[in-house]
Ligand binder design. Structure first.
Ligand SMILES: O[C@H]1[C@H](O)[C@@H](O)[C@H](O)[C@@H](O)[C@H]1O
Ligand SMILES: [Fe+2]
Ligand SMILES: [Fe+2]
Length: 319
């Protein structure tokens, strides 16, 4: 496991929390919602993230020379040229039908065994490894937040869209960072130059800061480039998951790096989005820095994750 922590993060957070709360009371300060404190404390402590990926480069370095550079670049060229407002609308309409397959969450994890993500400069392992590495890393630091463990396990399951049973979509329509369509593409998006050939760039209605949206309208009203995030969000929602709203937010926007990493598009968020962003930022550390060649023993951890699936999902889902 690449995430090495001595004392579990949550224990450290709790310690700091107790201290902060005492301070607040001493100062006669107002009551700060518990969540605010947990997040602030977690951010203050952080965890020991590795500095280099398994190729010896820093994480998300899209310019570093490596065997993956060309593949990743070509991936983003296709992605940026083809993700348009019309395309996103069409895909959402098609996939909300949930008529592609019927299977359990775990069956879907196993199906991902064959999928390698071409957009990722940090990882060329089958996706099931990444799911378990993320989940086990976050579980180590937040042992009592079981919803977070399950969220990590399923966050990339939507990548099954590349499988022929799910329509065999090309990688550019499944993986990679996501971004809003229908308004100007922010400069912080990876390989921004490839947007020049996106037909939406010729539509003036889509090229202002707000485009077809209004300030503070909330992310749920914004069309985001189509891929595994939005699909898995739809699957979870349509199958009546009991996971909390923050979990759905993480699943839906975890690839939106321009937002949660570069701070772009903040003008589109509403108050609820701003709250959920705190969990998304926590989650991102584990999603990104747990990528390593260290294998998780699937059979050992399987019973635990099956119990969580059972708690938050029906036995069979429509996909
Ligand atoms: O290459 C990665 C990978 O596809 C992840 O699953 C996604 O969430 C990232 O945002 C993306 O850049
Ligand atoms: Fe992802
Ligand atoms: Fe991921």
């Amino acid at each position: 496991m690449a995430v090495a922590v001595g004392q579990p993060l949550l224990a450290q957070v709790e310690e700091k929390l107790a201290y902060d709360t005492k301070e607040l009371v001493l100062n006669g300060g107002c009551q700060v919602p518990e969540m605010e404190l947990v997040v602030a404390a977690a951010a203050a402590i952080g965890f020991d993230a590795p500095e280099i990926n398994s190729f010896g480069n820093s994480f998300r370095d899209y310019e570093a020379e490596s065997e993956r550079k060309k593949i990743v670049e070509e991936f983003y060229r296709q992605n940026h040229v083809n993700q348009t407002v019309d395309f996103v609308k069409m895909m959402r309409e098609e996939y909300v039908k949930m008529d592609k397959a019927e299977m359990s969450i775990w069956e879907c994890c196993e199906l991902l065994n064959t999928v390698v993500d071409e957009s990722d400069p940090d990882l060329d392992e089958p996706q099931i490894e990444h799911l378990l590495q993320t989940a086990e890393a976050i579980r180590m630091d937040f042992p009592s937040h079981d919803w977070l463990h399950l969220t990590a396990l399923i966050h990339d399951l939507g990548k099954v869209l590349v499988h022929h049973r799910f329509g065999g979509l090309p990688q550019w329509a499944v993986v990679g960072d996501t971004f809003p369509v229908g308004c100007a593409f922010d400069e912080s998006i990876i390989h921004h130059r490839f947007f020049r050939e996106n037909p939406d760039c010729n539509n003036p209605a889509y090229n202002t800061q707000c485009g077809i949206y209004s300030e503070g309208c909330g992310l749920e009203n914004v069309l985001i480039s189509w891929g595994h995030d939005d699909y898995m969000y739809l699957v979870a929602k349509e199958n009546g998951t009991t996971l909390p709203p923050a979990a759905l937010f993480i699943i839906r926007f975890h690839s939106f790096y321009a937002l949660h990493n570069a701070g772009a598009y903040m003008h589109l968020l509403n108050e609820e989005d701003k709250e959920n962003m705190k969990w998304l930022k926590i989650f991102n550390k584990y999603d990104l820095y747990s990528k390593s060649r260290v294998r998780v023993d699937v059979e050992r951890v399987k019973p635990y994750y099956l119990s969580l699936i059972n708690k938050y999902f029906p036995p069979k889902l429509r996909w």
